[in-house]
Design a protein around this ligand. Structure first.
Ligand SMILES: Cc1cc2nc3c(=O)[nH]c(=O)nc-3n(C[C@H](O)[C@H](O)[C@H](O)COP(=O)(O)OP(=O)(O)OC[C@H]3O[C@@H](n4cnc5c(N)ncnc54)[C@H](O)[C@@H]3O)c2cc1C
Length: 539
C-alpha cells in the first residue's frame, strides 16, 4: 500500500515498536491486510511485561483465562491454564506459543531498541533509528511500548557501590536466583514488591523490607485449575468474553449498582466479607458503586480492610505501619497477595519504615538509613516504572516541523482517543496515555482492531497521511480530564496520576489515564470509525 521512495533504509508499510501483547496482535492483524510490517523489540524474546518481569512471585492479578487473547478460537481451544492466576513463566510460555502459532517471529527484530523516530513530511514516512545506529522507515509508526515497561531505580546514592547482588524486578536475571540462607533487602511495597516479598520470605535467611508507602492489599485466593474446570471455562468462553466487554474495566468483576449507605451495616459487612474471601479484584472492581468517589464510603471500606490487617499481623506496631494512612482503599493500584501480611509474623522478616528513617545511601555492604546500617547479600529494587509516558520519553519522537513529543506533552499528555496526537501524523499508540486500560488485553484487542480498521480505511482510500486535529485532541483531552473530576484516586500521588519521585519532572499530578468505562470508550471510537474518520485530518 505504501508509496516507495529511494532511501538506503529498509522500507516497510508499518513499523511496530514492542513485541508484547499489543505488538504481537497488531503484527498479526496488519499482516492480514497484506502490509509489510516490522516489529522492533529491545528484548531478546516476545512477551513484553512477561518477558522482563521474571522476579520471584510474578503472576497475574487478572484471572488467567480472562487475560488471554480472545481473537482466535483455535488458540482458545488449545491452551490450558494451570492456575486461576498464572505465574510469569506460564504466561511467557503462552505468548511464545502465540508467536509460534501465528508465525510471528519472522517479522520481529529482537535486540533492537528504538532511540528515535522522526516524521519526514517530504516522504510522508517515519524514519526510525535504533540504538546501534541502523535505520528503517515506514508509512505508519505504531507504538506498542507498554504502559509499565520503563523501570525506575530509586534516587539513592551509592547504588553502584554495592558489592553483593542487586537487581530491579523488571530486569531480573534469566537464571534462577537462590535466597537460601541469604540476607535479602526488598525496597518497595507496590504490587510487584508485595509479590516478591511473600515469595522471597519463604526461603531467605533473613529478609528486610524497606517501605515508604504502604498499599492496601487484598487476598488473591489463587488455586490450581484441574482438567474438568478448564473444560468448563472453555465451554464458557463466549459468555465470559461477552461479560468482559460489558463490565466497567473489562474485568470479570464490575461495580455493584448499590451505594455503600443504601444497605444496612450488616448487609455491608457481609458483602465485604464475601468480597474479601473471593478470588481476584472483586473487592476493588466489584464493590459498591461509590467507594472510589464517596469519601465516607471509602473510609468505611478502608476501616474494614485495616481491621483485616490488624487481625493478620501479630505485632500491632508492625500492623499499624502496614496500614496506609495517606490514601483510601482502591485509590491506588491494589496489590493482590497470598499470605503477604503473615510474612511479617515470621522471625526472619523485618519491616523498616523509610518515611521515619530514610535511606541515606547504599553502601558496599548494604543499606544505611538515618538510624542504622544493614548488611545484605542481595538487594532487590521493586521500585516500579516510569508509567504510561515513560517509554515514550525514552524515544526521541519528533513529528511535523521537528516538534518533540516530550515537549508537546510537557504539561501532561494530549491525545485523540488515546491513540493519536496532533502534529504526529501516521503515528498510532497502543495502550498509550488516555486510553482505557483495565483488564489490559481486552483493551489491547479493541485498540489494535480499531487501528487496523483505520489503516484499512487509509489503504482503501489511497490516503498517505492521517492525523488528529486540534479540535479532536482538545475535545478528547477535556473529556478525559472531566472524567477524572471527583475520583478519589486523582487526589492521590501514584503512577496513575503521573507521579514518580524517582523521575525528574514527574512531581506534578496529571490525568494520565482514561477513567471512564470501557464500553463508553469503545462506543466513542466505534462512532468515529462509523463516520469514516471524519474527525481526522485525512490526506
Ligand atoms: C508485573 C506486572 C504484572 C501485571 N499484571 C497484570 C494483570 O494481571 N492484568 C493486567 O491487565 N495487566 C497487568 N499488567 C500490565 C501489563 O503491562 C499489560 O497487561 C500488558 O502486558 C501490556 O502489554 P503491551 O504489549 O502493551 O506492553 P508491554 O508488555 O510492556 O510490552 C512493551 C514492549 O515494548 C518494548 N519496548 C519499549 N520501548 C522500546 C523501544 N524504545 N525499542 C524497542 N522496544 C521497546 C519492551 O521491551 C516491551 O517488550 C502487569 C504489569 C506488570 C509489570
Amino acid at each position: 500500500m505504501a508509496v516507495r521512495h529511494e532511501t538506503q533504509a529498509p522500507e516497510f508499510d508499518a513499523i511496530i515498536i514492542g513485541a508484547g501483547i499489543s505488538g504481537l496482535y497488531q503484527l498479526h492483524r496488519l499482516r492480514e491486510l497484506g502490509m509489510r510490517v516490522l516489529v522492533l523489540e529491545s528484548g531478546t524474546g516476545v512477551g513484553g511485561t512477561w518477558y522482563w518481569n521474571r522476579y520471584p512471585g510474578a503472576r497475574f492479578d487478572s484471572e488467567s483465562y480472562s487475560y488471554s487473547y480472545s481473537f482466535s478460537q483455535e488458540l482458545l481451544d488449545e491452551w490450558n491454564w494451570s492456575e486461576h492466576f498464572a505465574a510469569q513463566p506460564e504466561t511467557l510460555r503462552y505468548l511464545n506459543h502465540v508467536a509460534d502459532r501465528f508465525d510471528l517471529r519472522r517479522d520481529i527484530r529482537f535486540r533492537s531498541r528504538v532511540t528515535a523516530a522522526h516524521w519526514q513530511e517530504a516522504t510522508r514516512r517515519w524514519e526510525v533509528t535504533l540504538e546501534d545506529g541502523s535505520r528503517c522507515s515506514a508509512q505508519f509508526l505504531i507504538t506498542a511500548i507498554g504502559p509499565l515497561s520503563a523501570p525506575t531505580m530509586p534516587l539513592i546514592e551509592g547504588i553502584d557501590s554495592f558489592q553483593g547482588q542487586s537487581c530491579h524486578t523488571a530486569r531480573w536475571p534469566h537464571e534462577p536466583v537462590s535466597f537460601e540462607g541469604k540476607r535479602v533487602a526488598v525496597i518497595g511495597t507496590g504490587a510487584t514488591g508485595v509479590q516478591t516479598i511473600q515469595e522471597v520470605a519463604k526461603t531467605a535467611g533473613h529478609l528486610t523490607v524497606f517501605q515508604r508507602t504502604p498499599n492496601w492489599c487484598a487476598p488473591l485466593h489463587n488455586s490450581r485449575i484441574d482438567a474438568a474446570t478448564m473444560a468448563e471455562i472453555k465451554a464458557g468462553y463466549p459468555e465470559m468474553f461477552r461479560r468482559c466487554q460489558e463490565t466497567f474495566a473489562c474485568f470479570l468483576h464490575t461495580p455493584d449498582p448499590r451505594g455503600t449507605f443504601e444497605v444496612t451495616p450488616e448487609e455491608r459487612k457481609a458483602f465485604w466479607e464475601k468480597l474479601y474471601a473471593e478470588r481476584g479484584f472483586g473487592i476493588w472492581q466489584g464493590n459498591f458503586r461509590d467507594i472510589l468517589v464517596d469519601r465516607a464510603a471509602n473510609a468505611l471500606l478502608s476501616d474494614f480492610v485495616a481491621r483485616k490487617i490488624r487481625e493478620r499481623v501479630k505485632d500491632q506496631a508492625v500492623a499499624e505501619k502496614l496500614i496506609p494512612k495517606n490514601h483510601g482503599f482502591g485509590t491506588r493500584r491494589v496489590p493482590l497477595e497470598t499470605r503477604y501480611y503473615e510474612v511479617y509474623n515470621q522471625p526472619n522478616v523485618r519491616l523498616v519504615d523509610i518515611k521515619a528513617t530514610p535511606i541515606e545511601r547504599i553502601t558496599p555492604n548494604g543499606i544505611k538509613t538515618s538510624d542504622a546500617e544493614y548488611a545484605f547479600d542481595i538487594i532487590i529494587y521493586a521500585t516500579g516504572f516510569d508509567a504510561i509516558t515513560g517509554s515514550f520519553d525514552r524515544i526521541d519522537i519528533r513529528g511535523a516541523d521537528g516538534l518533540r513529543l516530550k515537549d508537546k506533552w510537557a504539561g501532561g499528555p494530549q491525545t485523540y482517543l488515546g491513540v493519536m496526537v496532533k502534529d504526529f501524523p501516521n503515528m498510532m499508540m497502543l495502550m498509550g496515555p488516555h486510553t482505557a486500560l483495565g483488564n489490559i488485553p481486552r483493551s489491547i484487542e479493541y485498540n489494535v482492531d480499531w487501528v487496523t480498521g483505520l489503516l484499512r480505511f487509509a489503504r482503501d482510500n489511497g490516503l498517505d497521511r492521517v492525523e488528529a486535529t486540534a479540535a479532536g485532541v482538545a475535545s478528547w483531552t477535556d473529556h478525559v480530564k472531566s472524567l477524572g473530576v471527583g475520583l478519589l484516586s486523582n487526589e492521590v500521588d501514584s503512577w496513575m496520576t503521573g507521579i514518580n519521585r524517582n523521575v525528574e519532572g514527574k512531581q506534578t499530578r496529571i490525568i494520565a489515564r482514561y477513567s471512564g468505562s470501557a464500553p463508553a470508550y469503545r462506543a466513542r471510537c466505534d462512532e468515529v470509525a462509523a463516520q469514516q474518520y471524519r474527525e481526522l485530518a485525512l490526506g
